[in-house]
Write a protein that binds this ligand. Structure first.
Ligand code: SF4
Length: 181
């Protein structure tokens, strides 16, 4: 064996390192753009900021082909079931970015019609502050997701472990603000 390899180049790695490397460099985002933040998301994808440099430019409008949901904009209570359905239709493993103040916390829309933070209903991995966040902040969030993917292992990609992890990430606040109004 040793003599067969003599003089040849080879590398050794682990299968989950290899799949994570491929996965982190080929994220396919599902844009859930509802308001002004979505314009910044479009700018992130365009030539000036060029999200393609990070392998995440293949925006898909069908959740079954996506592994990264980017919620950009305010989410009304009427839109919530659609958001949830899209999230449920995305195959595992999947990640979620809450872009901007509105979807992270309700932002300036402190009203009974708006969801005061999507993390009450879908597990958010990375939050982007700002109103609206700059494209650089979106790129930073994608890089943070890449770090998460890199550190993960395919051994965690089991249904029960995934569900447990998702449940732990859902915000369990004492009340929904709009119920007190
Ligand atoms: S955070 Fe600001 S820019 Fe983004 S959707 Fe809300 S109001 Fe619009």
């Amino acid at each position: 064996m040793t003599s067969e390899l003599a003089g040849k180049s080879f590398i050794t790695t682990r299968i989950d390192k290899l799949t994570n490397w491929a996965r982190k460099n080929s994220l396919w985002p599902m844009p859930f753009g509802t308001a002004c933040c979505a314009i910044e998301l479009m700018a992130t994808l365009a030539s000036r900021f060029d999200l393609a440099r990070f392998g995440a430019e293949a925006i898909r409008f069908t959740p079954r082909q996506c592994d990264l949901m980017i919620v950009a904009g305010r989410v009304s209570i009427k839109e919530l079931p659609i958001l949830r359905r899209i999230w449920d239709q995305m195959p595992e493993p999947k990640w979620c970015i809450a872009m901007g103040a509105c979807c992270s916390s309700g932002g300036i829309f402190n009203t009974y019609t708006m969801v005061q933070g999507i993390d009450r209903f879908v597990p958010v991995d990375v939050y982007i502050p700002g109103c609206p966040p700059r494209p650089e902040a979106v790129i930073d969030a994608v890089m943070k997701i890449q770090k998460l993917v890199e550190q993960d292992s395919w051994q965690n990609y089991k249904q029960e472990l995934m569900e447990k992890r998702r449940k732990e990430k859902i915000y369990k606040g004492p009340f929904y603000p709009w119920r007190n109004r």
